[in-house]
Write a protein that binds this ligand. Structure first.
Ligand code: ADP
Ligand code: ZN
Ligand code: ZN
Length: 698
């Protein structure tokens, strides 16, 4: 008998949502089975899907093509996993086929059944683990209390713990408990970026060494296709007991998942910024509830969304979604750093490193302590400028200036990567004397080398001043190497972008300085203050983590600002995340912004700004018509140019859709898809369009 089987194939983005194609097979295949099917002139990986009402076979079985092969030897993906994919595709407005295929390791898509069988037969079976004794620290009272709550309640949980309060230890302990209770249990441990925190992987491997090496797998985009496939299979077969990964790991197949940890849950890198723009943190919460796994989000500076979801219960209001756990103290004698503000209004104009900051740095360096200097701009200077004729180093293809990089004497566009050597004279008027405006990390590095030239290390050698940013770490392995240097104490002063503020454990850093954080105080992006506060508090957390070696005196966080009395800095001084969050949430509530409303962005790209906006405004008109009497449920704002309006000669525009109800927004977006498909066919000059649900930057 011939069975009709619905199969998800990698359909192009935004083709009719959740559409599966029908094929025939002489056996009934359960949903979740991986198959190869013909598609057009090729054959492709497919996933047997649950037939739905709106997905009836479009032709009689005789007219359907047969399934070419079934990938034997691999158990079908679980119904839970299929449900996760269906939900995520629907929520983020993508086709289920595209979403499902994007979640499978790339090389799985390319293997022929024969290669596949060979692969399976070669997979090493897990080696019996050696008994190992690992030393674990005695828990602090706060850690003990938090672990008791984790054992007693279901969650989801938000663990708000200061930097250095021992959150990671809590994650490891909870994981160890669950893994010990059930020999099949699996744990997912998500981190923003594995490359930035090589110590963490080492710590996890060491702690769970008794499970055997192959029981712990990593999953991130930096791995080779073969490594990714191996990790994925280990997780799918249940052999991997612990998966340590970045956002993409949230979609791994883990049949016995019992705990999902999302470390640094506030980190923007949990949101995918292209293709299906999912939030791994939000999907982690959904998945945990779907499969009954405990979800533990952790941060010293939680996202305001999560903070709001874990607010205290108020009578008459909906119950909070998350249980909040707190660990306010640092482990051991670790003291939180003292905030020092330099009022830049009282400093000579164009000061980059103020005299009081320099003096404090010299004092620390004199005691062989390390200094961390933050500036959120790489390169030497953001603009090259001719004072004679007013020429500036604009990028011909983007609405941005090309940045002057002194090291290799280039002008580089950070958006389209156009790189040219620095002109000897002004390209417009020939003036030989062209200058720079502003400053980047390269310049800070150079300036500090001058200002600290007279200082020596105990062995008489010069101080080591290093820079870590996207430029210095472009080569593979460079970042890890440079971070190791810092850890080993070879570096005295580290200059860097926000890249260095994340999660590292710089043992001897006792002074952290933010040279020019003011930009975010008055940004048009309503999330800028949240991000700045988080960056500064996290950066401050880099200082004084080492209780044993203890710095000579309380560590310091320095901020150079023209607005020293700004409430954000007042809250930072008190290390008062809760106070800062309350103030921000009140502003957001008054302005009707997330988390009190729900947003989606429709973006379009075209050769002209008008073409991009025309498409969006036509979509707005159709959307409003569709809403009809329900217009009050939703606001569709007019199309506007994106803040980076032109990149590589492509004009970009966006349009905001907002609602106080997530449900209404979701219903509208799903229905609107049809309009957008139709419009896209009419607006042929539109190169690309994309929907971003719960966008992080507007
Ligand atoms: P967080 O993740 O909150 O920043 P960690 O878990 O990394 O904190 O802990 C900070 C430091 O304190 C680490 O070096 C860790 O090994 C150590 N630590 C954590 N818990 C304890 C404890 N109970 N006793 C002693 N040291 C601890
Ligand atoms: Zn000129
Ligand atoms: Zn450019």
């Amino acid at each position: 008998m011939l069975h009709t089987i619905s199969v998800l194939v990698p359909t192009p983005a935004y083709s009719r949502l959740s559409t599966a194609l029908s094929y025939t097979c002489d056996e009934a295949l359960p949903p979740g089975t991986l198959v190869r099917v013909p598609l057009g002139s090729r054959d492709t990986l497919g996933l047997v899907w649950t037939p739905t009402q709106d997905n009836q076979p479009e032709a009689a079985p005789q007219a359907l093509k047969p399934i070419q092969a079934v990938l034997r030897g691999i158990p079908p993906l679980s119904p839970d996993w299929l449900q996760l994919i269906a939900f995520a595709a629907h929520y983020y407005q993508r086709s289920a086929g595209e979403f499902a295929m994007a979640c499978l390791p790339p090389s799985l898509r390319d293997l022929t059944p024969l290669q596949w069988e060979r692969k399976l037969s070669r997979l090493k079976t897990s080696t019996a683990a050696e008994p190992v004794t690992v030393e674990v620290p005695t828990l602090t009272p706060e850690q003990t209390h938090v672990l008791q709550q984790l054992a007693a309640q279901t969650g989801p949980f938000l663990l708000h713990g200061n930097t250095g309060s021992g959150k990671t230890e809590v994650y490891l302990r909870r994981a160890a408990q669950l893994l010990a209770e059930d020999e099949h249990a699996q744990v997912m441990f998500l981190v923003p970026e594995i490359n930035l925190t090589p110590q963490l992987e080492a710590r996890v491997r060491q702690r769970f060494a008794h499970l055997g090496e192959s029981s712990i797998v990593a999953m991130h985009s930096g791995m080779t296709p073969a490594q990714r496939l191996n990790s994925w299979l280990a997780a799918h077969f249940g052999r991997a007991r612990l998966v340590l990964g970045t956002r993409l790991a949230v979609l791994a197949s883990m049949p016995n998942l019992q705990l999902i940890v999302v470390d640094e849950e506030h980190d923007p890198s949990y949101k995918q910024q292209e293709g299906a723009r999912y939030s791994a943190r939000d999907l982690a919460v959904y998945r945990g509830q779907l499969v009954g796994a405990q979800v533990l989000l952790g941060s010293a500076t939680p996202s305001l969304e999560s903070w709001h979801h874990s607010r205290d219960a108020v009578q008459g209001q909906a119950a909070p979604r998350y249980t909040r756990l707190s660990m306010p103290s640092r482990v051991g004698d670790g003291v939180l750093p003292v905030l020092r503000r330099v009022d830049m209004n009282n400093q000579p104009r164009k000061t980059l490193v103020s005299a009081p900051l320099l003096a404090a740095m010299r004092e620390r360096l004199g005691k062989q302590e390390q200094v961390l200097v933050l500036l959120n701009r790489r390169g030497y200077a953001p603009v090259l400028h001719c004072a004679e004729c007013g020429w500036k180093s604009e990028c011909p293809h983007c609405s941005a200036y090309r940045v002057f990089h002194k090291g290799d004497r280039t002008l580089r566009c950070h958006h389209c990567s156009l790189t040219q050597s620095v002109p000897r004279a002004c390209p417009a008027c020939g003036n030989q004397d062209i200058g720079v405006i502003g400053h980047g990390t390269e310049k800070v590095e150079e300036l500090l080398a001058e200002l600290l030239a007279d200082m020596k290390r105990p062995d008489g050698s010069a101080l080591c001043i290093a820079r870590i940013d996207a430029d210095s770490t472009r080569l593979k392995g460079e970042l890890v190497r440079q971070l190791a240097q810092v850890h080993d104490g070879e570096v005295d002063v580290l200059v860097g972008t926000q890249m260095v503020a994340k999660g590292h454990d710089f043992r001897r850093v006792s002074l952290v300085a933010a040279l020019n954080p003011d930009g975010a105080l008055f940004s048009a992006d309503f999330r800028a203050p949240e991000r700045l506060f988080s960056l500064l508090l996290q950066a401050a957390g880099r200082a004084g983590r080492d209780a044993q070696q203890g710095a000579s005196q309380a560590c310091e966080m320095w901020v150079q600002t023209f607005h020293p009395a700004h409430p954000l800095f007042e809250a930072l001084k008190r290390h008062d995340f809760a106070g800062f969050a309350a103030q921000q949430l009140q502003e957001r509530e008054e302005a009707g912004l997330p988390p009190f409303s729900f947003q989606a962005l429709l973006r379009a790209e075209a050769r002209t700004q008008a073409a991009a906006q025309d498409f969006l405004n036509a979509a707005k008109a159709m959307g409003e018509e569709r809403l009809g009497p329900d217009a009050s449920r939703l606001s569709i704002y007019p199309a506007v140019p994106m803040s980076m309006q032109r990149v590589a000669n492509v004009e970009r525009a966006q349009m905001l859709v907002e609602s106080y109800s997530r449900k209404h927004l979701q219903q509208f977006l799903s229905a609107w898809q049809d309009d957008l498909q139709q419009l896209r066919a009419q607006h042929k000059t539109v190169l690309r369009w994309a929907m971003d649900v719960d966008p992080l930057a507007i």
